[in-house]
Design a protein around this ligand. Structure first.
Ligand SMILES: Nc1ncnc2c1ncn2[C@@H]1O[C@H](COP(=O)(O)OP(=O)(O)OP(=O)(O)O)[C@@H](O)[C@H]1O
Ligand SMILES: [Mg+2]
Length: 303
């Protein structure tokens, strides 16, 4: 009996050591920057960002969310918080980036973008240098930067997507959402983007339907454009999602045994266990690319 216990303990220790080594190895390669985006609005980006970040945090990952929606601060609204400072206060040098951070569930930290996101487009090179430096303050302190973008293929949204290491394109099974997701993939392809694209089918009616529509879209991108898009998986249509939104709590925490929470956990596992995309220099490099990607003429002078 004692021997069996010893065997189990040593097995657990080996597994724990291996997992710790993997996490430390990943950390050496810098922050993984992932934009979460969609062609059509309202398909579930903010909900996915928040709940997925909780699942990743539960798996030992240090997460920062950049709430980069150009309209309302989606993530803070979902948590029922009013942000004290936003990225705009960093641009204006009132506070450091760390001071804007709000702490959410599972220790996930949130940078409220607010008007700072639109204003990024108007910065001159001195201010841009300042914002890059401000972002570097958090380099090495997080494993993931998840960006909740606005919907659509405006230059502004594309700038975030093209600057990231990888982008999750979120869609639902509606024909309009699928067409807009394809439009977004095509827009990235037209720009010759280096970003690794992944697709998530949210609000699938059944697992079969979600997988069928998801793989049909990724196959189309491959055949028609030669653009590879990995089908990461689906989140089933689940009434707990709307219930949690009304309560202003994430469903992953409030309904951990729901189907939607299991699906999000699966997505987190796939992100962690499938081969990660090549890192493009961590998050300082991401901000640099972001401001360089702003459409010509939006900055007052070029870098
Ligand atoms: N898996 C799901 N099952 C059921 N309802 C869902 C699911 N995912 C999202 N929803 C519903 O869709 C609504 C919109 O989700 P969310 O705000 O995350 O979308 P969004 O893409 O961020 O929207 P926007 O483009 O306006 O930022 C949620 O309030 C929720 O009620
Ligand atoms: Mg949103």
């Amino acid at each position: 009996m004692a021997k069996q216990g010893d065997g189990l303990r040593s097995w657990v220790k080996t597994k724990t050591d291996q997992a710790t080594r993997e996490v430390l190895q990943e950390r050496l390669t810098g922050t993984r920057v992932m934009a979460v985006t969609s062609g059509k609005g309202g398909v579930g980006k903010s909900s996915l960002v928040l709940n997925l970040s909780m699942a990743l945090a539960e798996r030992g990952q240090r997460i920062v969310i950049l709430d980069a929606d150009l309209g309302l601060a989606n993530i803070n609204i979902m948590l029922g918080n009013e942000p004290v400072y936003t990225l705009w206060d960093v641009v204006e040098r009132r506070v450091s980036l760390k001071e804007t951070l709000e702490t959410g569930p599972n220790g996930v930290r949130i940078i409220p973008g607010g008007s700072g996101i639109t204003e990024l487009a108007r910065l001159d090179s001195v201010e841009i240098a300042h914002i890059i430096e401000a972002f570097q303050e958090l380099e090495g302190e997080c494993d993931w930067l998840l960006i909740d973008t606005s919907a659509g293929i405006s230059d502004n949204v594309l700038a975030f997507v093209l600057a990231a290491d990888e982008a999750l394109v979120v869609t639902n099974p509606e024909p309009t959402a699928l067409a807009d997701a394809y439009g977004l993939i095509k827009a990235v392809w037209e720009q010759d983007g280096q970003v690794a694209l992944k697709l998530v089918m949210n609000r699938a009616q059944t697992r079969d339907q979600g997988t069928r529509l998801g793989t049909r879209l990724t196959d189309l991108a491959q055949k028609a454009l030669g653009q590879s898009v990995e089908f990461l998986g689906l989140v089933i249509e689940d009434p707990v999602v709307a219930r949690a939104v009304i309560k202003q709590v994430p469903f992953y925490g409030a309904y951990p045994h729901s189907e939607a929470a299991y699906d999000v956990a699966d997505l987190a596992d796939r992100l962690l266990h499938r081969v990660p995309p090549p890192r493009r220099g961590g998050w300082g490099a991401f901000v640099k690319r972001l401001v360089e990607n702003w459409p010509r003429g939006m900055n007052q002078d070029s870098m």
